[in-house]
Ligand binder design. Structure first.
Ligand code: ADP
Length: 295
């Protein structure tokens, strides 16, 4: 992983490089049942490439985490399979899988009072030998990701005493230290303030330009529109829409899927799609403004 601080910002970034020979994460006919009467996700066909940042969006309970767990090889799907470099994830050893795919779940519990540096160092496990001693290369990677996530100040503090947002950045640092080719992040910005939300998205975008594949679950459609190359909208366990943010963030689709009144405008500076929530009052005003038509 090349954490280059001088990488271009999204505004002037070059397009994602062409995918490296066959190094795609492919989802083939994927379906999963937690119980025999109900398919949580079904008939999912997707392809993710190195060098792109993809946002996985959709309402609560639509199956995003289940899909991501299958993509990370953490869940054995009921139907279909996930392949990386053409090989089913089920045929990877756990160390090999960890060097290929890093996964940051939504909530991570630490049962011991590890320091932040120890938590970050745990991300190096797929690179370590049986003795588990950190090499110079491990230490350099840990230093880099601490700078990158601005978590150095917490290095010697127990992770349990941090705020939710600080903790989230340390856990992100830990999965970055893994130096996997694909990173799957389940709501990595949910506890972050505005500054750190933008910072994380900006850096994830930079990382994608160094050749990593990134898939991020987020509820922030506007940041996703601003930074992601593609969005995949999951609804009731299926892919409801996939493509460039402008193709996916359509008013009629979002209103139906999220069951809320909204309009899709344009970010006045950058020009990316901007979702504006109306609420009941806003919807009434919009109807009045439109002469009685829908919002
Ligand atoms: P999302 O990430 O979009 O909120 P999830 O994949 O977490 O959706 O969950 C989709 C549905 O599957 C939800 O209805 C949830 O309750 C159910 N579900 C998730 N995990 C399990 C599980 N381990 N056992 C049974 N049901 C589950």
């Amino acid at each position: 992983m090349n954490l280059n601080p001088n990488a271009p910002t999204p505004q002037n970034a070059p397009p994602a490089p062409a995918p490296a020979g066959g190094r795609t994460l492919r989802v083939i006919g994927l379906g999963h049942q937690y119980n025999p009467n109900w398919w949580c996700i079904r008939e999912i066909e997707l392809e993710f490439r190195l060098g792109e940042l993809v946002g996985l969006v959709g309402p609560n309970g639509s199956g995003k985490t289940t899909l991501m767990r299958a993509l990370a090889g953490q869940l054995r799907p009921t139907a279909g399979e996930v392949r990386y470099r053409g090989r089913p994830l089920a045929r990877y050893s756990s160390a090999e899988l960890a060097r290929s795919i890093g996964y940051l779940p939504q909530s991570v519990r630490s049962s011991f009072n590890y320091t932040c540096e120890e938590v970050i160092a745990q991300g190096r496990y797929p690179h370590q030998n049986a003795l588990g001693i950190l090499t110079r290369r491990d230490r350099e990677a840990i230093e880099r990701v601490m700078d990158w996530t601005t978590t150095r100040a917490f290095a010697h503090r127990p992770i349990d005493v941090l705020s939710g947002g600080e903790r989230q950045r340390v856990l992100l640092a830990s999965v970055l230290a893994q130096e996997a080719e694909f990173l799957l992040l389940d709501e990595p910005t949910s506890a972050l303030d505005l500054h750190h939300q933008v910072d994380v998205f900006e850096r994830l975008h930079q990382l994608s330009r160094t050749g990593l594949g990134l898939i991020v679950i987020t509820h922030d459609l506007n940041l996703a529109a601003q930074y992601c190359d593609r969005l995949v909208l999951i609804f009731e366990g299926r892919v409801a829409a996939a493509g460039a943010p402008g193709e996916v963030l359509r008013e009629e689709v979002l209103r139906r899927v999220y069951e809320t009144d909204l309009i899709v405008d344009r970010n006045p500076v950058i020009g990316t799609p901007m979702v504006v929530l109306l609420g009941r009052h806003g919807a009434q005003l919009a109807r009045r403004h439109n002469g009685g038509g829908g919002a």
